[in-house]
Design a protein around this ligand. Structure first.
Ligand code: ADP
Ligand code: MG
Length: 389
């Protein structure tokens, strides 16, 4: 892997860096978002070493040009955080710069030094999602080298994470480097016992991870909507709870294959290393959180673990009444000395809210990746990472 850290300073000074970042974040959460805070060291490093920086990013899934999905609001957010002016670059469908009185932006990009530019949402261009080579070449002409600091967007083969690397020397930024270093500890030789805590809405997005760690993990602690799918797979009543019906068969198989020989069904809520909630919080015919006994059980297991992965809240935590399970897990992880990786958009923000002193804890890594982290831990090759090797 080629790291920005190892790039000689003379290859940075006076050059223009195209820096891919993840700005696919709700505006109101942006200034505290780990995705935004995480890219600041890379930007500062480039500027300090005399590079111009053009930030590349996307937002949402726009169908062509859509002002509502503009990246413009991030100019203010980022310039406040960096205490530095940021120039916005608008473009038309042919990637010609079009900012009204700033039509000379292209020239500015070429002349200003140590300046920061933010390019409009690249998904406004059709080629971006198609990993189009022509667009990649055109985009690459704005810079001298490319840095990817958007781990959380690197599971998609888009121009700004993949094809662009065909035309420019390409490196992993500091945030990308941190993600890969921490996640590869989990992939290579995690200290045992290894406990994987899974919750959230859908089991389908986490199946790859479950399969990849089935023989390696000592415990899977299940909560959230995923637990409902495991319950339903065993014909246990779940009322109107969220559930991924199409995944019941798969969940049933996972569970059954794991049952000790001779055991027919749910016994103390576990089959081999898969552990289900032993009590739940119900409201209006819906299972909305794990119960206190489950919190205690899971906390005990967390306490004796040496490595922990947590992805997906244990319940409908957006309503405080059903946040106890997720809070309990966060607390147990904080108390433990295990190496813990916490990831997933909701999970990470929930964890931070719960635990103000997480920053002091070097054994806890909060990943900025949701889907990307899950794919990485599923053992898949991420298109945006492969091209940096
Ligand atoms: P992450 O973003 O951390 O990866 P997911 O996107 O998989 O997590 O799922 C988060 C969502 O799952 C949250 O909005 C949460 O409210 C919801 N959720 C978890 N458990 C339940 C439940 N029992 N009932 C309803 N929603 C739930
Ligand atoms: Mg989510």
């Amino acid at each position: 892997m080629k790291f920005l850290r190892n790039l000689p300073k003379e290859k940075i000074f006076g050059k223009t860096c195209l820096l891919r970042v993840d700005l696919n974040i709700a505006e109101k959460e942006a200034k505290n978002s780990p995705r935004i805070l995480g890219i600041l060291p890379t930007i500062k490093f480039l500027i300090k070493n005399g590079a111009k920086v053009i930030l590349l990013g996307h937002r949402g899934r726009p169908n062509g040009f859509d002002k509502k999905q503009s990246l413009k609001p991030f100019v203010k957010i980022l310039s406040n955080l960096l205490n530095k002016k940021i120039y916005f670059i608008d473009f038309d469908k042919n990637l010609n710069f079009t900012n009204g009185k700033d039509k000379d932006r292209k020239k500015n990009v070429a002349t200003a030094s140590s300046s920061i530019f933010l390019l409009e949402n690249l998904r406004f261009l059709r080629g971006e999602l198609k990993n189009d080579l022509k667009l990649a070449k055109q985009l690459s002409s704005f810079g001298d080298f490319y840095v990817n600091d958007a781990f959380s967007g690197s599971h998609r083969a888009n121009v700004s994470v993949s094809a662009i690397t065909k035309f420019l020397p390409s490196y992993a930024g500091f945030l990308m480097e941190k993600e890969i270093k921490n996640l590869s500890i989990i992939m290579k030789n995690p200290k045992k016992p290894l406990t994987i805590i899974l919750g959230g809405a859908k089991i389908s997005s986490k199946l790859g991870l479950i399969n990849n760690f089935m023989s390696k993990a000592d415990y899977f602690l299940i909560g959230g909507g995923i637990a409902n799918t495991f319950f339903a797979a065993q014909n246990l009543p779940i009322g109107d709870s969220i559930n991924e019906k199409s995944m019941e068969k798969e969940a049933g198989k996972l569970f059954k294959n794991n049952l000790p020989i001779g055991q027919a069904g749910l016994s103390a809520g576990r089959a081999g290393n898969i552990i289900l909630p032993i009590d739940v919080v119900i409201s209006k015919r819906k299972i909305l959180d794990i119960g206190q006994n489950t919190i205690n059980l899971y906390s005990q297991i967390i306490k004796k673990s040496k490595t922990i992965i947590w992805n997906g809240p244990m319940g409908y935590f957006e309503d405080k009444k059903f946040a106890k399970g997720s809070q309990g897990i966060a607390r147990a992880i904080l108390k433990s000395r295990a190496f813990a990786v916490v990831g997933g958009g909701e999970t990470a923000s929930l964890f931070k809210l719960q635990t103000a002193d997480y920053k002091l804890r070097t054994n806890i890594f909060i990943s900025t990746g949701g889907g990307a982290m899950l794919e990485y831990l599923a053992g898949k090759k991420l298109p945006g990472i492969e091209v940096l090797k």
